[in-house]
Design a protein around this ligand. Structure first.
Ligand SMILES: Cc1cc2nc3c(=O)[nH]c(=O)nc-3n(C[C@H](O)[C@H](O)[C@H](O)COP(=O)(O)OP(=O)(O)OC[C@H]3O[C@@H](n4cnc5c(N)ncnc54)[C@H](O)[C@@H]3O)c2cc1C
Length: 300
């Protein structure tokens, strides 16, 4: 088991900001990421409300953050956290590869936009089912693919893919598209995009090699890739042993980002709060870092 003072879980805007603040406080900590470094930043194609960044994208902000991690000498450690156990003098953070003994934990795991609700979605994940057009779009050059959803991410991913693929089906569960007007106009103008409104995908069909179609209203439409963006899922299963106070899928936090469990801090989208944005995720990360550092110093 590795020993440290503070474990940060998640490397989205909240977790990375917490790491920068902890490094500046000269704290002993580790930042764990179980999937894609940057979290939601990987999917935000257009950002116009992050102060000082002008018109930018999530990947541009992520490049700057990675550079900031590099010159602050903060290594990102792979580790998909399975659970957190309460110990007499702190916590044991259990990942799929290693366990960490820590005095305090900052949970910054966000909210998963993926809820694996379509039959066949889980079975063909990575074999034609993808959640990141920028990462996987190239595999589908010239093919027919589908995007499922009705939020800005779904619309942006559809537009990105439409420049690569032969035909793109945008399957929307609602009667009309409700994302930003400028995105809807671009979708309307894209010649190879067919919007299918008020419809759900009943099943993703495939064979030994991956996705071959999607079943809609009893008919199969041939596709070789599908990008579902429906539903939100909590990332707080890792807190099931600690049972902090929750409101729905969100964790209740005090102003200093502490929870009702001493030593457990939260930051970012998984916090029960009104405004869930990059700027508030960064604010939470900074606050949680300072609070966790003070907490550890008081224990000494
Ligand atoms: C459609 C859409 C558009 C948006 N547009 C904007 C915008 O224009 N401007 C803006 O400011 N905000 C925007 N937002 C909001 C913004 O994306 C979020 O508020 C912000 O990214 C949240 O950051 P976070 O660090 O809390 O979580 P995330 O970015 O979700 O990071 C969480 C990280 O934790 C990791 N993780 C999860 N579970 C585990 C585990 N068990 N073990 C290890 N790691 C784990 C994940 O892999 C991920 O990397 C948008 C959101 C959506 C859905």
């Amino acid at each position: 088991m590795k020993k440290t003072d503070i474990v940060i879980i998640g490397s989205g805007m909240a977790g990375i900001t917490a790491a920068i603040y902890l490094r500046r406080a000269n704290a002993n900590f580790v930042i764990l990421e179980g999937s894609m470094v940057g979290g939601m930043l990987n999917q935000l194609k257009s950002i116009e409300n992050f102060p000082g960044a002008g018109k930018t994208s999530g990947s541009d902000i992520l490049i700057s953050l990675m550079e900031q991690l590099r010159y602050n000498n903060i290594p990102l450690v792979y580790g998909n956290v399975q659970t957190i156990l309460k110990e007499e003098d702190g916590f044991e953070v259990v990942t799929d590869v290693e366990s960490y003994d820590a005095k305090a934990v900052i949970v910054a795991t966000g909210i998963s936009q993926i809820s694996k609700t379509i039959p066949g979605e889980e079975k063909f994940a990575g074999q034609g089912v993808s959640y990141c057009a920028t990462c996987d779009g190239n595999f589908f050059k010239g093919a027919d693919v589908a995007v499922v959803g009705n939020n800005n991410i779904a619309l942006e991913e559809a537009l990105y893919l439409s420049n690569l693929v032969n035909k793109l089906y945008l399957v929307c569960p609602d009667e009309k598209l409700t994302g930003d007007q400028v995105l809807i106009e671009k979708i309307d103008a894209a010649k190879n995009v067919e919007v299918i409104l008020d419809t759900n995908v009943d099943e993703i069909e495939g064979d030994d090699f991956g996705v071959i179609g999607m079943k809609i209203s009893g008919k199969t439409i041939g596709i070789s890739g599908i990008f579902p963006y429906i539903g939100k899922k909590s990332t707080t299963q890792i807190l099931n042993n600690l049972k902090p106070e929750m409101k729905g899928i969100f964790v209740k936090a005090n102003e200093d980002k502490s929870t009702n469990i001493p030593g457990l801090f939260v930051a970012g989208d998984l916090v029960d709060k009104k405004v869930k944005q990059l700027v508030t995720a960064a604010g939470d990360g900074a606050t949680a870092a300072i609070s966790a550092d003070n907490y550890c110093k008081l224990l000494k």
